[in-house]
Design a protein around this ligand. Sequence first.
Ligand code: F6P
Length: 357
Amino acid sequence: MKRIGMLTSGGDCQALNAAMRGVVKGLSKNTDELEVYGFYEGYKGLIYGNYRLLTPADFSGILTKGGTILGTSRQPFKRMRIPDENGLDKVEAMKKNYKKLRLDCLVILGGNGTQKTANLLREEGLNVIHLPKTIDNDIYGTDITFGFQSAIDVATSAIDCIHTTAASHNRVFIVEVMGHKVGWLTLYAGVAGGADIILLPEIPYDIDKVAEAVRQRSKEGKGFTILAVAEGAISKEDAKLTKKEYKEKLKKSPYPSVSYEVAARLEEKTGCEVRVTVPGHTQRGGSPCPYDRVLCTRLGAAAAELILQNKYGYMVAMINGNTKPVPLEEVAGKLKTVEPDCQMIHEAKLIGISFGD
Ligand code: F6P
């Protein structure tokens, strides 16, 4: 008999349902009795006891379904130790609900913040298994996170669509790709979409270099230029500011996002017409791509295996094509960023992509 609690927390992505299905299928085929409790809206459901006993029917037909059947919400890790507006101790409330249901384990699907709280619950004595979800691919200790490949597909097709219209009008186009802290998604979608300039949070840009790359394309007879710009792209000047100063600057900025500022500065410097396209949350929407369906099925099955062996306190990672349990204490709180001198950046530069540095 196994009693499992499950929740999805933080920003959603395409393959959350596929991952939950993998876990439940793996368990139900190998245990006589299984009870799965789904907590609604992430940690909120665990804190406030908002859950439902799920049935096999809940996990049927969801491999291809985007979003999450449990719903999700952002519950910042840094506020977990702070009582809610009614004075409720959130950590104690989560422990209480876990114990009340006599759970063997909690399966927690989410990104970095979610993982930190999962580790906190582990430290508090709960059995947890974490599955690495995020379109940002920034979870340390796994080669890949689920949602990433599906988001690359969406962001790439946005760039593809912009390509044809940019070429018709001889325009400079910016496609803003998700990722405030890390640029994996922008890098992959940018390369896949044939972007000419890619701006990442990890490589602060010099607007003069970006303008020069646009002019260079004109000199080569190319009438249009495509930029893939991460939400968190930052100029060299801004990178010198403290976090607080930069936040203040953004608050006062007349631009809705960094891309619009890049566009305005580029127009000023090059005289070109610059348009901005923001695919935004479409990058997290729709069906998971086949790669993510396979990844989640494998991660889910591997999580089930750990639970069957009563092995807890791990993130199930994908490393060199193999699933691997990685102790949460080794990875929680660490970020996997794009190294500016990595091979992929080197190769992208080799074929002429500018990073504005
Ligand atoms: O962490 C995933 C992510 O999609 C980021 O790429 C993006 O910056 C952020 O979430 C958007 O958050 P929200 O859905 O809260 O607007």
